[in-house]
Design a protein around this ligand. Sequence first.
Ligand code: ADP
Ligand code: MG
Length: 697
Amino acid sequence: MEVLDYPITYLANVGPARAKLLKEGMGISTYGDLLLQFPTKHIDRSRFYYTHELTLDMPYVQMRGQILSFEEQGAGRKRRIVGHFSDGQGIVDLVWFNGLQYVEKNYKLLTEYVVFGKPTLFRERFNITHPEIESIERFSRSPMGLRPYYSIPEKLQKRGINTRMMEQWVATVFRILHEPLPETLPEYLVQELKLMPRDEAIRTMHYPQSAERLSRASFRLKFEELFFIQLNILKYTRERNRRFAGHVFARVGDVFNDFYYHHLPFPLTGAQKRVIREIHTDMKSGRQMNRLLQGDVGSGKTLVALMTMLIALDNGYQACIMAPTEILAEQHLDTFRHFLGDMPVRVELLTGMVKGKRRQAIFDGLLSGEVHILIGTHAVIEDNVQFRNLGMVVIDEQHRFGVAQRAKLWSKNQTPPHVLVMTATPIPRTLAMTVYGDLDVSVIDELPPGRKPIQTIHHYENRLEDLYRGLRQQIALGRQAYIVYPLIKESEKMDLKNLEEGYQQYCRTFPDLRISKVHGKMKSAEKDAEMDRFVRGETQILMATTVIEVGVNVPNASVMIIENAERFGLAQLHQLRGRVGRGADQSYCILVTGFKLSSDTRRRIQIMTETNDGFEIAEEDMRLRGPGDLEGTQQSGIPFDLHIANLARDGQVVQLARDVAKRVLESDPTGDRPEHQLMWKALRDLNRNSVDWSAIS
Ligand code: ADP
Ligand code: MG
């Protein structure tokens, strides 16, 4: 067995109990895993600080001195040991909340120590809680300069594992490792991209000689990580393309032209025309289309979907669109029927609500080919729904699927349909290259003409008179308004109660107005009836939980009031705001919050009031939350707890990794080139240990 594969439990000073903690808390099972656990920062340990130099914004300090006395303070859970530490010039308190016996046994009074930790202020004196302490003899034996700082999960810290221990373990492994760590990238790439070799990079990550070398090491490892992700995605895509031919939609015929010349209610935007061309180019290429359609809220993606489906019809095929919710599916049905008018195109809706004879009739129509376009929820694909000849599928996504899930949608088929994936809100480019890395991308970067930018205003919840006045003005002008409340499972009862109370209050404040109320707990028919009343303009205000988030289209609505806006994420806020500003009138979005806001929330609100650009918002959202927490990325099958790269910050590295991976695959389509063998092996090893990519190939 290779040293790197040794179980961590064998390492000196680890043992079974700590091995278990390391495995569960940090995913470390082997010596090799330990080396890949990079320090989160490096600390300049080349100097000591004095008490009078300490400030609260220092992340850590290193001091030298003696403990003058110990004192027990507090009681119960607050019981702590305080050691009064003097550096000869002033006093700092060292504080321990646990391991009291250990502290008293191990640290001696009036002995020279080096103390290390984060300074905080308590009762006007600087404190260091749970400091690292080392005797001066030991300290002088360890190297000065930049030292690694490993961040250890709290649970492990409580069990006595600290950064110092990690440092020693890592050092031990390096000592017994006699071979260099294996290279995973082909030599010519390392040369050409001027990358640090892998062995050097990993050692440098732990023990950098300078900041400059540290950044080169981290670049090398980020590149490697992202490169293998891209290699996986692109390799999969190539194999898929080789395996599946696509239906050839060579004709643009009567259906499309009839629609284009006689039914289109407005001219297409330049961007819409361009993406329709891009899609059509795919459709006639003989290759199965897998394309992502990105566009901001309100940019007219639905129409693009419809028109490209008509191309499928022109070539004798059926088409189908999947929506994330029933409401949205119904809305698509209305939109399509409205757009198509009296054209001889039969569109049907299939959701869980459609039962019995009607369901059977649709099944029959799909088999005979009389139903041309099917609209539905996910059931459309999962059910035993059979088509005569399905040629195109549009996935109107709210939640993002991963490469693997998407593949399941069509892999059962011999000649799979063309697939167009539409995102509900824009996603950052780096994320698109990863989560949707197997897809070609079309972007609608232009809104239909005549839209006035929505004005977004932040309102504290106690100053409602202005808000009510503004709302009344808009309604007097004949407009309509949405008022939205958050709803999440964990606090569903409370949330529904908030909606109900809000509803009562609005009814009292506006006794002369007609107000609809909609939430997910209502019976579907009832909900639809209320929505309908609003869509037809019978009610002027629609109060709802987030059910209206996606897709609802009422151009006459010009006000969106979002209650408890602090509880919504950026993407959601943007999506909600996109429900207004769909007509020619000036629209408003009002974010109502309490007074106490965290700095992240403040930032979210600020971004919302500053920009209407969904792409900008998406980037910011990823910066604030990190890619792993964005909607749907968890289901995507991509390992977002990347070791070292960060999709929010390393956009350029993602692009480089993708370009290089593409080139490598093109130069070695069969995977036979000898200089690539180590790389392919590394890829296989990675896949064995992490992502279930096998599910997709
Ligand atoms: P989204 O991209 O958010 O799905 P929609 O497809 O719902 O946007 O379109 C938003 C609104 O813009 C709809 O009312 C649609 O009819 C309208 N629309 C789409 N394309 C155009 C266009 N070229 N000119 C004017 N209005 C358009
Ligand atoms: Mg839409």
